[in-house]
Design a protein around this ligand. Structure first.
Ligand code: UDP
Ligand code: MG
Length: 194
């Protein structure tokens, strides 16, 4: 009876979403049922690596970048700030080590701390590339991170994995499994089809 009532709470006007949360928090049986229903949401396990580069950290853009991914509906499952080593960079950018700009890229990426994140959600790899914009900010449309916050290809504020395989490789490079948090977003059924 209680469970039925709680399930229909969102339809009852005097009950706010906060009231629903309070009831769920107070009754463990309801809490279990709630998480069980969320776990049936399909196709939300895709993950990508997003990193705010040293220019983005220095310019205090971390919060604004996180905000864009939260607002879109993606779920943050890993977050850390670090001074990147040349060793990590050479693995991360293994396809670029022969490029003429590689040594300046290393200088740039090691010039200060980086904030690395793992975001999860439907189609997150492709969607986040669109949100970040093209590599060269001169070609990045307004509304993208690079289009809004940067001018030059050598200072383009943020990294985003460019493929599913690349994302998996980069996440394993930057994070240990134990540092990634498995959790259920309460609004998951609102942002994704069941
Ligand atoms: N880069 C650069 N000069 C270039 C091309 C790339 O400094 O002519 C830097 C830039 O910071 C870029 C990074 O190298 O983000 C990695 O290049 P990639 O082609 O992988 O671009 P991304 O995937 O970051 O868009
Ligand atoms: Mg790339």
């Amino acid at each position: 009876m209680l469970l039925q009532r709680v399930m229909f709470l969102p339809l009852l006007s005097p009950w706010s979403r906060q009231t629903t949360r309070n009831v769920i928090a107070r009754f463990p049986a309801v809490q279990l049922a709630h998480f069980r229903s969320n776990s049936s949401v399909a196709n939300v396990k895709e993950r990508t690596l997003i990193a705010v580069k040293p220019d983005g950290v220095q310019r205090r853009l971390v919060g604004q970048i996180i905000r864009r991914f939260e607002r879109r509906g993606f779920k943050l499952v890993g977050l850390k700030m670090l001074q990147v080593s040349e060793e990590l960079l050479s693995q991360h950018y293994c396809q670029l080590t022969q490029k003429p700009f590689y040594s300046s890229l290393v200088d740039y990426m090691t010039s200060g701390p980086v904030v690395a994140m793992v975001w999860e959600g439907h189609n997150v790899v492709q969607s986040s590339r669109v949100m970040v914009g093209p590599t060269n900010p001169a070609a990045a449309p307004a509304g993208t991170v690079r289009g809004d916050f940067s001018l030059h290809v050598s200072r383009n504020v943020v990294h985003a994995s460019d493929s599913l395989e690349g994302a998996q490789r980069e996440i394993e490079l930057w994070f240990q499994g134990k540092d990634l948090v498995k959790w259920d977003c309460w609004d998951q059924t609102l942002t994704c089809e069941k």
